[in-house]
Design a protein around this ligand. Sequence first.
Ligand code: ATP
Length: 317
Amino acid sequence: MSTPSPPSQDIHFRQVSKSFGDIHAVKNISLRIPHGQLYGFLGPNGAGKTTCLRMLLSIILPDSGEITLFGGATAWDLRDEIGYLPEERGLYKRMKVLEHLKFLAELKGKTAKEAEPRIMKWLETLDLADRCQDKVMDLSKGNQQKIQFIGALAHDPKLLVLDEVFSGLDPINAQQIRALLMQLKEEGKTIIFSTHIMEHAEQICDGICLVHKGQCVLEGPLDDLKRHHGNNRIRIEHIGDIAFLKEKPYTASLRSRGNESELRIHDGHEPEEVIKDLLEANIKLRTFQLANPSLNELFMEMVEHPSEASMQEVTNA
Ligand code: ATP
């Protein structure tokens, strides 16, 4: 007799929608966040990222669709195993740092004694151990943000949900938090965060959901998405004028600066067609390279030409 397979540890959104009056904040989003991943909800202000995270946490409920965590549970069932950094920060400013963090851990079912070593470890890692007896209000904004981040971790959750975690951090602190998120992933935690700054996500995300006007316009493993879109983008270093490529049926766009050009070709065409035309025109090639787009470029592409972009093309849902 075969043993039943263990329930999936992944997080699933299935056709999730949410409106606030006339505002369709989230429209029919389906996706899968594999267990142990660093996953980013990305998009501009007002795109629907916070609404997705709040539904994931059961703070608000979807109008339709379903969200399940770790094999079928809801966030409400798992509340003590989730750490949440809300976009609207809420620290008791008159409390001392260590006292505050122990209090947050106690709210999530840990004893202060149990939580203290872990809290001190994080304070040391974030260069704040010497401030542990200071009042929260005496810390800079960036340091308060780091305290709130430790607050989300203090009870050792298995899922971390961080809304705009990099907000208010200078580049050095942002880098410190990125390194920590990578470390937490290595420890086996699932980490979901939102940001409108693509560079943060680019450096650390395994998977992304790009949200635009409530819709998921791009979803899946970041490497796959870049590779897929990279096939259409060619960087060329050449000797000779290649403006004639603009007239070719495969050309979507051509940008040139001196002898360096970036050519984008339409789906259904191959880079070999371009090479053939260049050689026939006696253009000498120094480099001819398929170029993966940056996340920022992908974002601009999906938002500016949503009709050309296939919706949710690399979806795992
Ligand atoms: P930001 O990066 O600015 O935080 P976001 O991507 O997180 O944006 P949401 O906060 O999810 O976006 O908002 C999506 C849309 O839903 C916006 O138009 C917002 O004004 C609206 N919205 C969100 N929450 C509410 C609410 N409680 N009542 C009314 N409208 C809301």
